[in-house]
Design a protein around this ligand. Structure first.
Ligand SMILES: CC(C)(COP(=O)(O)OP(=O)(O)OC[C@H]1O[C@@H](n2cnc3c(N)ncnc32)[C@H](O)[C@@H]1OP(=O)(O)O)[C@@H](O)C(=O)NCCC(=O)NCCS
Length: 139
């Protein structure tokens, strides 16, 4: 398996293609473009000329780092690519803060994927001293 992790090459078309390959509904192209542009960084897992996985990190580059849209196409799963993308995202987030200062990286796990993230060092919330993550949807 020859996979390289590359930063900043993700395009809206590739994002859309990865979502489609993962069976996810299509998103508005203009919004996908804004999402990529507004991300702190994106990482793509590349095999030859083909992108087989991605992750993006959003936030303020100082105190807030949020992992979003971790995707690996089905044929390439269970080979460690998703883990590499998360580990690399955390490593690169660390570069935003001064040496010796901790970086806090957060994410929302898909239902049932909590164990995957726990093995990568994430704490499931709520936990001692930390409340649950919360969301609201407005129409
Ligand atoms: C979640 C997702 C990104 C994981 O990607 P992946 O490339 O399969 O991730 P990894 O290969 O690093 O790890 C997946 C599993 O394979 C196992 N694995 C890794 N390398 C392996 C190998 N060589 N042989 C067998 N198993 C292996 C891991 O231990 C892990 O096990 P777990 O599911 O019990 O935690 C992928 O399943 C996906 O895109 N899912 C759909 C979208 C989604 O749910 N995204 C997450 C949103 S929070």
């Amino acid at each position: 398996m020859d996979i390289s992790i590359r930063e900043g090459i993700l395009t809206p078309d590739t994002f859309a293609g990865l979502r489609a390959a993962c069976g996810m509904p299509e998103l508005e192209t203009a919004l996908v473009g804004r999402a990529i542009e507004s991300s702190l960084f994106t990482l793509s897992a590349v095999n030859g000329s083909r992108t087989v996985g991605m992750v993006r990190v959003v936030g303020d580059g100082a105190f807030v780092f949020l992992i979003y849209d971790l995707l690996v196409v089905p044929l390439w799963r269970r080979r460690g690519i998703g883990s590499r993308l998360v580990e690399e995202a955390v490593s690169r987030a660390k570069l935003f803060v001064p040496p010796g200062r901790a970086v806090v990286v957060s994410l929302f796990s898909a239902e049932g994927r909590e164990g995957f993230y726990s093995r990568l060092g994430f704490t499931e919330l709520p936990a001692a001293g930390l409340g649950a993550g919360m969301q609201c949807f407005y129409l």
